[in-house]
Design a protein around this ligand. Structure first.
Ligand code: KIV
Length: 267
């Protein structure tokens, strides 16, 4: 049965309906097709692409041109899931005009149906500009990897009263300005629950506990297609490294031995 197209307003309405929101990242056409068929509500073309696709150490180097290209590949899958394009570092931080122009490229050239920006009250004017251009915005607070140097590392945020209050105020501001949802990354589960109860839009957690309105994970993490130990909040659902390694080893073995191709595989 064909699924109903998800839109930013229909995602926002899922909170009231008590329906959990399932979100995964994707960076290419085929993965987007498979995630859509599996029933995800939103596909986030995350700037995590910098690390898991492009091999950078953190998310900072990925460019707007690269994010537009990856988003366009996902959008070409024409999914029922809402396609959200992640705005890369320095595509919106300098000014509201930059934010509008960059978000415009994500929609016009990349085919994104919404964009995600990292930050709370400090970037409200930029979010407002993007919303005024008619582009739905997903917020992102807590651990914001684009501020890795300011934060001093990938650390759980909101652990003391002051930072907890700050994150609550940021969350309220994002809901009030008109974001249709927000990512809560790496915060104590109690704060995840508190923010979820305090705002009217869906909270999408990643390392923010079970009380969020939805969950997002990086596709490479859940299919076992990354190097090194996964963060505590990742649940693995596959072993793609094994699949790729075994296929590649089998191919090399057969070519070297002359077992591939046989005549049935030849013209
Ligand atoms: O870039 C990304 O993949 C993200 C998610 C982890 C929320 O921002």
């Amino acid at each position: 049965m064909e699924r109903k197209k998800r839109t930013a307003p229909s995602i926002a309405a899922m909170k009231k309906a008590g329906e959990k929101v399932a979100v995964l990242t994707a960076y290419d056409f085929m993965t987007a097709r498979l995630l859509d068929a599996a029933g995800v509500d939103m596909i986030l073309v995350g700037d995590s692409a910098a690390m898991v696709v492009l091999g950078h150490e953190n998310t900072l180097p990925v460019t707007l041109d690269e994010m537009v290209m990856l988003t366009a590949a996902v959008a070409r899958a024409r999914t029922a899931a809402l396609v959200v394009g992640d705005m890369p570092f320095m595509s919106y931080q300098a000014s509201a005009a930059d934010a509008v122009r960059s978000a415009g490229r994500m929609v016009k050239e990349g085919g994104a149906e919404a964009v995600k920006l990292e930050g709370g009250r400090k970037i409200i004017q930029k979010i407002e500009g993007v919303l005024d251009a008619g582009i739905p915005v997903m917020g992102h607070i807590g651990l914001t990897p684009q501020s890795i140097h300011e934060l001093g590392g990938y650390r759980v945020q909101g652990k003391n009263d002051e930072t907890r209050e700050r994150l609550l105020d940021d969350a309220r501001a994002l809901a009030q300005v008109g974001c249709f949802s927000m990512v809560l990354e790496a915060i104590p589960w109690q704060l995840g629950r508190e923010i979820t109860e305090a705002v009217s839009i869906p909270t999408i957690g990643i390392g923010a506990g079970p009380h969020c309105d939805g969950q997002v994970l990086v596709i490479n993490d859940i299919i076992g297609y990354t190097e090194g130990p996964a963060p505590k909040f990742v649940r693995g659902y596959g072993d793609a490294r094994k699949v790729v390694s075994e296929a590649a080893e089998g191919f090399v073995r057969d070519v070297k031995s002359g077992a591939y191709p046989d005549l049935d595989e030849s013209y």
